[in-house]
Design a protein around this ligand. Structure first.
Ligand SMILES: *Cc1c(COP(=O)(O)O)cnc(C)c1O
Length: 353
């Protein structure tokens, strides 16, 4: 499908890369494609960035028929631009679409929407150490009708924004507590889909955690309220007695691309990785016995985020003396090294623009 480009009449001034706030300054253009039942995807186009017009009855506004993705474009030392495992995002996007009764986006169209927009906006990919261009593809159902049905008219949209270094002062360990009231997702629900409703359901707990001086919450499963699932909007891993533990993909855990990449690297380095059900109790016991060596979250925005303190009710344990662990740091260095083209990419994860 040809992509028609309508250029912005005037270009914005680019923000200072040292003071970028995540997700606040967007570039000059955006990608849009429309879907209509019977016709399929059509009118792929890049247009000036700006507000979307939609009917107030649009499905997405009432029934949250939407899914999204998140990935980054990285500037290498030679000035080239590259993406990290973009086809993994495209495939996951279609799995999310399937769950949310949205039409799947053909893989070549989904990828072209990303690559052609980044190509047009290439001057927006910042050069400073640790900075990148964050890419946010999303699909929405926009039928102007309040009946609870799947949409016949949908849109696939991509917006991009330059983002600063996530850790300008180095990787500081986070404080996490086990959330006992709210549940993010349940098996059979939408936890494995990257869909806005999961985030809406998590906002209250995240806000309260911040008010209490914590960085985020550790989510428990929604059925038995025993097994840990994710930390905030990241997957989570633990190093216990030399082995790596991470919750298995049981349907309510998001299949993170950073998670997948960490598991591969850990296996490459000879670690045993157990993907299984893990109770919060097991973790606290491991911490108290001294077997808990490291804990960290994984996700595209932060890559890895060390956990230095874990609390549940009145109980509190400190992990690795509240310092980043050796494996956490090694994963961070290796993944960011591959992403910015500083180290070899043995698994062909990089796609050059
Ligand atoms: C996006 C996301 C992640 C991390 O996925 P990555 O592909 O590694 O960025 C983890 N958990 C949730 C709930 C997410 O939405």
């Amino acid at each position: 499908m040809d992509i028609k480009i309508t250029r912005a009449a005037a270009l914005k001034e680019k923000p200072d890369s040292s003071t970028l706030v995540f997700g606040q300054s967007f570039t000059d253009h955006m990608f849009i494609a429309d879907y209509d039942a019977g016709q399929g995807w059509h009118d792929a186009r890049i247009v000036p960035y700006g507000p979307l017009q939609m009917d107030p009855a649009a499905k997405v506004l009432h029934y949250a028929q939407e899914i999204f993705e998140g990935l980054k474009a990285y500037r290498t030392a030679s000035g080239a631009i590259q993406l990290f495992r973009p086809m993994d995002n495209v495939r996951r996007m279609n799995q999310s679409c399937e769950r949310m009764a949205l039409p799947q986006v053909p893989e070549d169209l989904a990828l072209a929407g990303i690559t052609e927009l980044v190509r047009l906006e290439q001057d927006w990919v910042p050069h400073e150490e640790g900075t990148s261009l964050y890419i946010r593809p999303f699909v929405i159902g926009v039928d102007p009708a309040l009946g609870v049905h799947s949409s016949h008219h949908c849109q696939y949209i991509v917006i991009v924004c330059p983002v600063g270094a996530y850790y300008p002062e180095g990787l500081a360990p986070t404080k996490i507590y086990v959330e006992q009231r709210d549940v993010r997702a349940v098996r059979g629900g939408t936890g494995m889909a990257k869909t806005g409703g999961n985030y809406a359901a998590s906002l209250r707990a995240g806000t309260i955690a911040e008010e209490r001086g914590y960085t985020q919450v550790l989510w428990l499963d929604g059925v038995e309220r025993k097994y840990i699932e994710e930390v905030g909007a990241m997957n989570v891993m633990f190093k216990v007695a030399g082995k790596i533990l991470t919750p298995d993909l049981n349907g309510s855990v998001l299949d993170g691309i950073t998670r997948r990449s960490c598991i591969q690297l850990l296996k490459d380095w000879g670690y045993e990785v157990e993907e299984r059900r893990i109770t919060a109790e097991e973790l606290f016991q491991a911490a108290k016995s001294g077997a808990m060596e490291e804990a960290w979250g994984t996700g595209t925005a932060a890559v890895v985020s060390p956990i230095g303190e874990l609390a549940e009710g009145d109980e509190k344990v400190i992990i690795n003396n509240n310092k980043i662990g050796e494996i956490t740091q090694k994963l961070y260095d290796e993944l960011t090294g591959i992403q910015w083209g500083r180290v070899a990419d043995p698994h062909d994860w990089i796609v050059k623009l």
